[in-house]
Design a protein around this ligand. Structure first.
Ligand code: DGL
Length: 276
């Protein structure tokens, strides 16, 4: 029997949000085989307990590692905030000691904390991400002088997943969420949820030109490229070709319809799976 190659890179998100990272990986980190898993059936993770988020994430990791991933990027901020440490310290040593799981909060926090001229940063995210305090902790570890203003914005994920990007109701809710942060004189805003970059133009318009709103997908892609360069021993490169396979726990057609808009390209290789 042919032995499966364990050279794939998993991208895990609770839904379509991780496509905001994959969009940049395709361009900035080509030549790998990516397996994207969206647990759309159980979204939103941001409203779930830590225990549930950890349990769902272990099931997702089991699936991705069984499919031949050597490394998984937890694109989802909520999972990075609530479950990453346990995944790395408990789940991996017990189940897959030779595999790797990376999150997105540390690279983002590092990028923002190291910008000298910025000393007041805003963070928006799901309830679970904001409640965890992970962004504050990570930023303060690098730069204790930065002041951080956080706000949970829980209505955004369901609006985005259901394709309500352009609706006036979405713009109204965005304004309501963002105006108080703007009034706190922040200089930069972290989009602490993979779904939010799909609204980046509206967010930037509301925040105004003076507040920087970088696209986190680009920062995460850069950080993965650096990681892969530092770890040539992983040997994950394919022969110059980028392959992407998609898995969702919910409806394939909805994933394709909304996902193609977010990814700016066709979604071909997609399967519906059960991971619970
Ligand atoms: N996309 C996820 C994140 O980055 C959260 C969405 C959800 O609540 O499931 O936090």
């Amino acid at each position: 029997m042919l032995k499966m190659k364990n050279n794939k890179i998993g991208i895990f998100d609770s839904g379509l949000g991780g496509l905001s990272v994959l969009k940049y990986l395709k361009i900035d980190v080509p030549g790998y085989h990516y397996l994207y898993l969206g647990d759309n059936a159980r979204l939103p993770y941001g409203e779930k307990s830590s225990e549930d988020i950890y349990r769902y994430s272990c099931q997702a990791m089991d699936f991705l590692f069984a499919k031949g991933c050597a490394l998984v990027i937890v694109a989802c901020n909520t999972v990075s905030a609530q479950a990453l440490r346990r995944l790395q310290q408990k789940y991996l040593p017990l189940n897959h000691p030779h595999k790797k799981i990376l999150g997105v909060i540390f690279p983002l926090a590092e990028k923002f904390a190291k910008q000298n001229r910025i000393n007041r940063i805003g963070v928006i995210g799901t309830k679970a991400t904001i409640a965890s305090g992970t962004y504050e902790n990570e930023i303060k570890k690098i730069n204790p002088n930065v002041k951080i203003e956080t706000k949970s914005t829980p209505l955004l994920v369901p609006l985005i997943e259901n394709g309500w990007l352009k609706k006036p109701e979405t713009k109204m809710i965005l304004k309501k969420y963002l105006k108080p942060l703007k009034n706190k004189q922040i200089q930069a805003l972290i989009l602490g949820c993979t779904h939010y970059p799909f609204l980046i133009k509206d967010i930037q318009r509301i925040m105004g030109k003076k507040i920087s709103v970088p696209d986190p997908g680009k920062i995460v892609a850069q950080s993965l490229a650096d990681y892969l360069n530092r770890h040539p021993e992983l040997n994950l490169k394919t022969k110059n070709k980028t392959d992407i396979s998609f898995y969702t726990t919910a409806d394939i057609n909805l994933f394709k319809k909304e996902g193609e808009k977010f990814l700016n390209s066709k979604i071909e290789n997609i399967k519906k799976i059960k991971i619970d």
